[in-house]
Design a protein around this ligand. Structure first.
Ligand SMILES: Cc1cc2nc3c(=O)[nH]c(=O)nc-3n(C[C@H](O)[C@H](O)[C@H](O)COP(=O)(O)OP(=O)(O)OC[C@H]3O[C@@H](n4cnc5c(N)ncnc54)[C@H](O)[C@@H]3O)c2cc1C
Length: 512
């Protein structure tokens, strides 16, 4: 998989060995077992599942049923070993409440599933996957108020808004669920000039742990509403519907740009220059950049590196060229240089990624709030040149994302919503990608590469990571994801989910 300009792809095919194993057990009439967070195993009788089938309007799928595997398989292939006992594709609030009560009754863990893209597999479980995918409608009112189903995707939103007057600032990957996106914050090519997805949340309809249906907004249950804007999905309740206040689409033409180079020298020059630009650039200037180790030829590993920067500028070409000038002066002549001045809706779809091929990934992110020393960026480039693998499907990438900074993002305070990471300039992201079923030793090397890059960044960055790019290797994740908002988030958790029904490997608990 090669850098094309936005994000790594996802899994689109299934791990058939896992599927056949689970299906064979079911066919043999053996009750499947689920592991609770405490490590206890729960065995379910077929009669219990039949009873649930009778109580819900949606679909109950068990191993062996057609569509079961596609319904539970997470997008990150490395978490494809947690086969759920059942998947319930709910039809609405009542089904959600029924499933919650049924899981309580049987002591079964539950995982809420929107678009299935959680990087750390947090929407997987050996218990019941609560599949919201039927809740995918999107409506846009004439005043920009949007009503979005709990598992609508970025693609659903784009389809409903494209060529119109309103935009919901979202992410790049079309199949990511808006639910998971907004509940962890939501960054993308529009967040720098228009704010996070969660900055535009007006209210959410939430089925709570005890099965009540409540509206969370600035006026109703404001603490819950605060927590839903960055406190992460699968934590406080099941959001079956969101309302957003969309932003007006910029009128007139804007600038789209993309420059590409190869080689370690260009990589370093680009990273240093872009990092400096990010310190002062106006919100209208948006960039993300990446470098990636590619297969080595006669010119050696330093030359085998793809380098790109791309983004948009909401203004005229001359002003854009003035902002980007230090980068173009510092770097060698680009191998490709694309600058277009086009209407907004010509540019916006260029920043989206469709579904891509089957693989696993294990990135860790780190915010920056000040310029990075050139020596640190040089070390990152050297580590990338020294990649443990550089095939098209298994390689390492380093991303410098400028979407998270600027005056618009900082117009909301660190504690005003649960998304704490205001006052930042960039999100830095070492990203290893590998083909599923890659040898464990190579996966360990790729993870060690990621940690090595984070170690380089550590002394120069606040210890904060984006909660929507979670990684189980981050041990102090509550502090890194939530910083000074952690205490209030735990209090909200204790109030709305006192028994810890919504839990996961990185699930907040209400008791410290
Ligand atoms: C290829 C790729 C590209 C990405 N690009 C971006 C990007 O550009 N910007 C960005 O900010 N993030 C991006 N992400 C991260 C993404 O925002 C998070 O992974 C997000 O949580 C995924 O949401 P989901 O619904 O698809 O995933 P899921 O795995 O289904 O859900 C993620 C979490 O939210 C919970 N959840 C989902 N829906 C609901 C709901 N309705 N109610 C309650 N809980 C819910 C789940 O239980 C789980 O804990 C990307 C991820 C991938 C894999």
């Amino acid at each position: 998989m090669r850098l094309t300009g936005d994000s790594v792809g996802h899994v689109s095919t299934i791990d058939r060995r896992t599927f056949l194993f689970a299906g064979a057990l079911a066919a043999a009439g053996v009750g499947l077992a689920a592991c609770t967070p405490d490590g206890d195993w729960v065995r379910l009788e077929a009669s219990a599942i039949e009873a649930l089938r009778r109580r819900v309007e949606g679909t109950v799928l068990v191993p062996g049923d057609s569509g079961f595997t596609n319904a539970w398989m997470p997008r990150n292939g490395r978490f494809a070993d947690a086969v759920p006992q059942l998947v319930v594709r709910v039809a609405g609030d009542a089904d959600v409440a029924t499933c919650l009560a049924w899981c309580r009754e049987h002591g079964l863990p539950i995982a809420v599933r929107g678009g299935g893209h959680n990087y750390a597999g947090l929407s997987t479980t050996t218990g019941l996957v609560l599949d919201l995918s039927r809740l995918s409608s999107v409506r846009v009112g004439p005043d920009g108020r949007m009503t979005v189903g709990g598992a609508a995707t970025n693609a659903d939103v784009l389809d409903a808004t494209r060529d119109g007057s309103w935009l919901l600032p979202g992410g790049t990957c079309l199949s990511v669920g808006v639910g998971g996106l907004v509940l962890g914050g939501g960054i993308g090519y529009h967040s720098r000039w228009a704010g996070l997805t969660s900055d535009h949340l007006h209210s959410a309809r939430v089925v709570t742990a005890n099965g009540d249906v409540v509206i969370a907004s600035a006026d109703e249950h404001p603490d819950l509403f605060w927590a839903l804007r960055g406190g992460t999905g699968g934590t406080f309740g099941v959001c079956t519907e969101f309302r957003f206040d969309a932003v007006p689409v910029p009128r007139g033409e804007i600038v789209y740009y993309r420059f590409a180079w190869t080689g370690a020298d260009a990589a370093l020059a680009m990273l240093v220059a872009l990092d400096r630009i990010h310190q002062t650039a106006p919100p209208e200037f948006v960039a993300s950049a990446g470098i990636q180790a590619t297969p080595v030829d006669d010119d050696g590993p330093d030359a085998a590196m793809d380098v790109f920067v791309r983004g948009q500028y909401l203004g005229g070409e001359d002003d854009f060229l003035a902002i980007i000038a230090p980068l173009l002066e510092a770097t060698p002549p680009p191998l490709s240089r694309d600058i277009r001045v086009e209407p907004f809706w010509e540019v916006a779809p260029r920043f989206t990624n469709p579904e891509s091929e089957n693989h696993s990934w294990g990135d860790i992110s780190r915010y920056a709030d000040a310029p990075l020393p050139e020596a640190a960026l040089q070390h990152v480039v050297e580590l990338t040149a020294d990649a443990p693998s550089r095939t098209p499907t298994t390689n390492v990438q380093f991303w410098m994302i400028g979407w998270v900074g600027g005056a618009v993002m900082d117009s909301v305070g660190r504690t005003e919503t649960a998304y704490v990471h205001r006052g930042m300039t960039e999100l830095l992201r070492p990203t290893p990608v590998w083909a599923n079923l890659t040898d464990a030793a190579l996966v360990a090397d790729l993870e060690a590469w990621t940690s090595a890059v984070i170690d380089v960044l550590d002394p120069h960055t606040p210890r904060e990571s984006y909660q929507n790019f979670p990684n189980l290797a981050v041990e102090d994740w509550p502090e890194q994801y939530f910083a000074e908002n952690l205490g209030r988030l735990r209090a909200v958790k204790a109030e709305w989910d006192p028994d810890g029904i919504f839990t996961s490997a990185q699930g907040l608990s209400g008791n410290g």
